[in-house]
Design a protein around this ligand. Structure first.
Ligand SMILES: [Zn+2]
Length: 210
């Protein structure tokens, strides 16, 4: 089964939106004026298109995301449910699952990574298949999450005294077959760190880390 959020996950979020159950508490403080997110007010609802994979078919599902406004300065912030990654239509499970298949297996090509039991997921309407280049981009997205939060993560690792994890991260190698430039090598490394940190610390990269 391809990794994906399910229709039930998305419907459950939509119901929480409709019942006014989405709160701003887990957002970081306002990046402009530092007001704590608990004081944010609902600003707007925005319909977002998500792509989920059901029995190898990529289906479109719509769901509302909540935008909160800071009462101090008016800046707005989107609340992302667990299955959403900013600016991505595919769900977190899909992005993480396919990326992981590629980065954690030295032998896999991008084409191998999109292939499940000799088939590639395809759009229910157009028949267009999931492109290997999507995995290439998603790895960049996950690596960027690590890069953007590098300082916070370092502090966090120190506080958790995660010495073993740090030495494990520094021992990870990327096979030369997987990159042509050193920037891509770093990108692949950060993506592998992403999965290692997530597994060991049992964290989701929550909106505060996005
Ligand atoms: Zn503000």
């Amino acid at each position: 089964m391809p990794p994906t959020a399910t229709l039930e996950d998305i419907k459950a979020h939509q119901q929480r939106v409709e019942k006014n159950k989405i709160t701003p508490d887990n957002l970081p403080p306002c990046s402009r004026c530092s007001v704590e997110s608990v004081f944010f007010k609902i600003h707007a609802y925005r319909e977002r298109r998500f792509l989920i994979i059901i029995e190898m078919l990529i289906n479109t599902v719509y769901c509302s995301l909540v935008r909160f406004g800071c009462p101090g300065c008016g800046k707005t912030f989107t609340h992302y449910p667990d299955f959403a990654i900013p600016h991505k239509h595919y769900t977190r499970q899909t992005i993480e699952g396919f990326s992981r298949t590629y980065v954690e297996n030295d032998q896999k090509t991008y084409q191998d990574a999109v292939t499940i039991n000799d088939a590639v997921p395809e759009r229910a309407v157009s028949g267009r298949t999931l492109a290997p280049s999507s995995i290439h981009r998603w790895i960049g997205t996950l690596a960027a999450l690590i890069r953007a939060n590098q300082d916070a993560l370092k502090k966090w690792l120190q506080e958790k005294c995660a010495v073993q994890l740090c030495s494990h991260l520094s021992s990870i190698q990327i096979t030369e077959k997987k990159y042509k430039t050193s920037s891509r090598r770093h990108c692949l490394l950060r993506c592998r760190w992403f999965f290692k940190i997530q597994a060991v610390l049992k964290i989701q990269f929550s909106p505060s880390l996005r």
